[in-house]
Write a protein that binds this ligand. Structure first.
Ligand code: HEC
Ligand code: HEC
Length: 222
């Protein structure tokens, strides 16, 4: 290899590296803000109720981890999460749309703002619920006060709507239903050790904890 060829090959490697870095990281929260116009009709209204598969509030997605938001959207698009409305919405989103939306929602409240959950101990779980949480080792993944997951691809649970968490937990346990279910191997194995009523008890407790997640109606980004 002569010197010119050598330099060219280095330049080429750098360009390829730069292109890769851009495509892996280009999350544009400002673009996400515009794209969120199609989300706020449900996720932007505090206490907005969905009616399928039972009446429950739509999840709070503001300040949720971006990696988890993207993973959830991909799962709806692929059909690993079967919820029909979210499947239809996710099907219309490109990878770039998902990255932008996830960046926008993650930026709403967490991060620089000191979270409520950092400022004090969470209310203790009633003994019965504490035993269930210990049995599932839930905090070993969902983290301190259920607000600091050990991996950004795992969701923050603290302060999420209890009725939504109940639906979410039961959906991991649902099999063979074309419209209800989430095929996640980790959570699928988790929920099978509990009765439906126990999942509701857990969900109700998690919803009482101080946490980051919130409903975002308009963007504070300017
Ligand atoms: C018609 C109402 C509606 C609209 C519009 C809507 N969603 Fe949803 N979304 C829901 C419901 C209901 C769920 C819960 C689905 C389930 O049980 O899995 C959900 C779940 C989610 C989740 C999973 C949350 C979690 O904690 O796992 C994400 C992420 C999400 N939506 C993002 C979006 C984004 C981004 C948009 C806009 C592009 C959007 N949604 C538009 C109703 C809606
Ligand atoms: C080994 C790690 C691990 C353990 C232990 C674990 N989880 Fe999870 N949990 C996850 C992951 C990963 C997801 C995301 C799955 C997906 O993409 O649908 C998740 C998702 C959830 C969700 C859905 C949240 C939402 O916004 O839709 C709930 C609720 C939940 N977990 C509760 C629990 C509870 C309660 C326990 C204990 C009984 C528990 N988890 C134990 C890793 C774990």
């Amino acid at each position: 290899m002569n010197q010119a060829t050598f330099l060219r090959s280095i330049l080429w490697a750098c360009l390829a590296g730069a292109a890769f870095a851009t495509s892996a990281q280009a999350q544009d929260a400002a673009a996400g803000q515009k794209k969120a116009a199609m989300c706020i009709g449900c996720h932007g209204i505090a206490g907005y109720q969905a009616s399928f598969p039972q009446i429950h509030k739509v999840p709070k997605i503001g300040a949720q981890n971006a990696k988890y938001i993207t993973a959830a959207l991909v799962a709806y698009k692929k059909g690993d999460r079967k919820h029909p409305t979210m499947r239809a919405i996710a099907a219309s989103l490109s990878d770039q749309d998902m990255a932008d939306l996830a960046a926008f929602y993650e930026a709403q409240g967490g991060g620089s703002v000191k979270s409520v959950a950092d400022t004090g101990a969470a209310p203790a779980a009633p003994a019965e619920v504490a035993a269930l949480l210990t049995k599932g080792a839930c905090a070993s993944c969902h983290g301190a006060n259920y607000n600091k997951p050990i991996d950004a691809a795992y969701p923050k649970l603290a302060g999420q709507h209890g009725d939504y968490l109940t639906v979410a937990l039961r959906s991991y346990a649902t099999e063979g239903n074309p419209q209800v279910g989430r095929s996640n191997p980790i959570m699928g194995a988790q929920v099978k050790q509990f009765k439906a009523a126990e999942l509701k008890q857990i969900a109700d407790y998690l919803s009482t904890l101080p946490g980051d997640v919130r409903t975002v109606s308009q963007s504070p980004l300017r």
